[in-house]
Ligand binder design. Structure first.
Ligand code: C2O
Length: 528
């Protein structure tokens, strides 16, 4: 497996809001690689964002690149991961951003902070799996296990010794920093007999709310408080995570688990008595519990306080309506495809365009003014053939391939509605935007209605995040201010859908002032 500094999950990056972070990445493996700092705004540091062929050419074997960026106006949990092919399956780790010195959290000071990263384990070279998924367009590949901090846990065969154990003291508050690094599945997470208080999403504070179960999509992060029981319980508590499944097809329905164990401070509990403690198991929602998913998403609201205001853009310069979903491509000659019929392979698209990465980096082409032959700027503003997205799909489900971008003048306010198409089955798509946070104004099932739905938008305290699930058979409306010059990737964070083309990019032009321009690239920027 490919790892960073020999560690799995990879090393923790801890910084404070306002810090400059400098990471030297040297590639010692035979794969091309890049690292993305998921959720970091990268204000005027687009060269450090990381997606391969978008902001940089990959770092080739034996080469190095220094990622250099400043964390501006963010505090909470984010994460870093490889952003080339499917290498992020093992190359990932937490980014912990502490508030500025002497600035307290807007909630009780935790006794301890613990990162909890969910992952997905394949008993195979993930590069071989991605090749198969791309060439034949096969269904999502089923992994062998989910993991908590790299460990599958006792519910899998022979894995009891590979179990994450969280040792806690009674009557204390712990801050769990949750990260979903799994490749292809949204996950439910609970700890038996315990309740979480959610205080943050994607490194933005939210109005606290209590819940027994968390739902977290790939790409999302969330900080939750866990208050332990006041008295030492004669028990251990299982924590477990398993997928929330909206699509059809084959999925890994298994469960990863860890153990919450109380350490008693006064009475010495011997190892044998720990072994004999009763084990409580949590009850997770059923695999396709969309009503849980819907209600859970509704609970997220920005803090919107004087200290942490929600700066929702109240006017809109540009409106876009994008469909996201699956589709097909003709099966190439002399190949056996696993698409919906044997003459087609699965693909995925935004506005019917399956995005093709170029062989050089989009940002370099943009910066040097040499976009010709690399990308065009005619990405459709809305789907070419509108249809009833929740009804019968069109007869022809083939999509076009292209490298089309949208150009946004500096400081444009954008409203974007993302609509699931239900082609080849309704499915939830966790859409992730690089370089920005956005406000989630509305989210519902069915076809978006531009005449009725905006009246229901939340412009007061909408949650601000970088990844949002477009509900299966529904839509989500977001707004952001394009105040960060560069080229910014947007894609489904289900890796198989990214591979199939559910991705696109925005070009945000420079502003007039010197502090509104993208600086020139660093001298060690990799070449393709
Ligand atoms: Cu976490 Cu483009 O990714």
């Amino acid at each position: 497996m490919v790892t960073v500094n020999g560690q799995f999950p990879g090393p923790r990056v801890t910084a404070r809001e306002g810090d400059r972070v400098v990471v030297n990445v040297t590639n010692y493996v035979s794969n091309n690689i890049t690292i993305h700092w998921h959720g970091i705004r990268q204000l005027q540091s687009g060269w450090a964002d990381g997606p391969a062929y978008v902001t940089q050419c990959p770092i080739q074997t034996g080469q190095s690149y220094v990622y250099n960026f400043t964390i501006v106006g963010q505090r909470g949990t984010l994460w870093w991961h490889a952003h080339a092919s499917w290498l992020r399956s093992t190359v990932y780790g937490p980014i912990i951003i502490l508030p500025k010195r002497n600035v307290p959290y807007p909630f009780i000071k935790p006794y301890k902070e613990v990162p909890i990263i969910f992952g997905e384990w394949f008993n195979a070279d993930t590069e071989a799996i991605v090749t198969q998924s791309l060439q034949t367009g096969g269904g999502p590949n089923v992994s062998e296990a989910y993991t908590i901090n790299g460990l599958p846990g006792p519910l899998y065969n022979c894995s009891t010794k590979d179990t994450f154990r969280l040792k806690v003291k009674p009557g204390k508050t712990y801050l769990l920093r949750l990260i979903n690094a799994a490749l292809n599945d949204e996950l439910f997470f609970s700890i038996a007999n315990h309740t979480f208080t959610v205080v943050d999403a994607d490194a933005v504070y939210v109005k606290p709310f209590n819940t027994k179960t968390i739902l977290i999509t790939p790409g999302q992060t969330s900080n939750v408080l866990l208050k332990t029981k006041l008295h030492y319980p004669r028990a251990k508590f299982l924590m477990s995570a398993r997928p929330y499944v909206t699509g059809s097809g084959t999925f890994d329905n298994s469960t990863t688990a860890g153990i919450l164990e109380y350490e008693s401070s006064s009475t010495v509990v011997s190892t044998t008595s720990v072994k004999n403690l009763k084990l409580y198991k949590p009850v997770l929602p059923v695999l396709n519990d969309t009503s849980f998913a819907t209600n859970f998403a509704k609970k997220f609201r920005s803090l919107a306080s004087a200290q942490f205001p929600a700066n929702v853009p109240l006017t809109v310069d540009k409106r876009f309506f994008f469909t996201v979903g699956l589709g097909t491509n003709p099966c190439p000659k002399n190949q056996i495809c696993q698409g919906p019929s044997n003459t087609t392979k699965f693909t995925a698209s935004i506005n019917n365009v399956s995005f093709v990465l170029p062989s050089t980096a989009l940002l370099q082409a943009h910066f040097s003014g040499k976009s010709k032959g690399v990308y065009s700027t005619n990405f459709p503003k809305s789907p070419l053939i509108p249809f009833n997205y929740t009804g019968t799909p069109p007869n022809n489900t083939n999509v076009s391939n292209g490298t089309q971008l949208v150009v946004l003048p500096f400081n444009t306010t954008v409203e974007l509605v993302l609509q699931d198409t239900s082609i080849l089955g309704a499915e939830s798509h966790p859409l992730h935007l690089h370089g920005y946070n956005f406000f989630v104004l509305g989210r519902d099932f069915g076809n978006y209605d531009p005449n009725k739905d905006p009246a229901k938008f939340n412009l007061v305290d909408p949650v601000e995040r970088n990844t949002i699930g477009v509900p299966a058979g529904g839509w989500v409306a977001i707004r952001f201010l394009a105040d960060n010059p560069g080229v910014w990737f947007m894609h489904c964070h289900l890796e198989v859908h990214t591979t199939w083309g559910l991705k696109m990019a925005w070009v945000v032009s420079d502003g007039k002032l010197p502090n509104q321009k993208l600086p020139p690239p660093p001298s060690d920027l990799p070449k393709c």
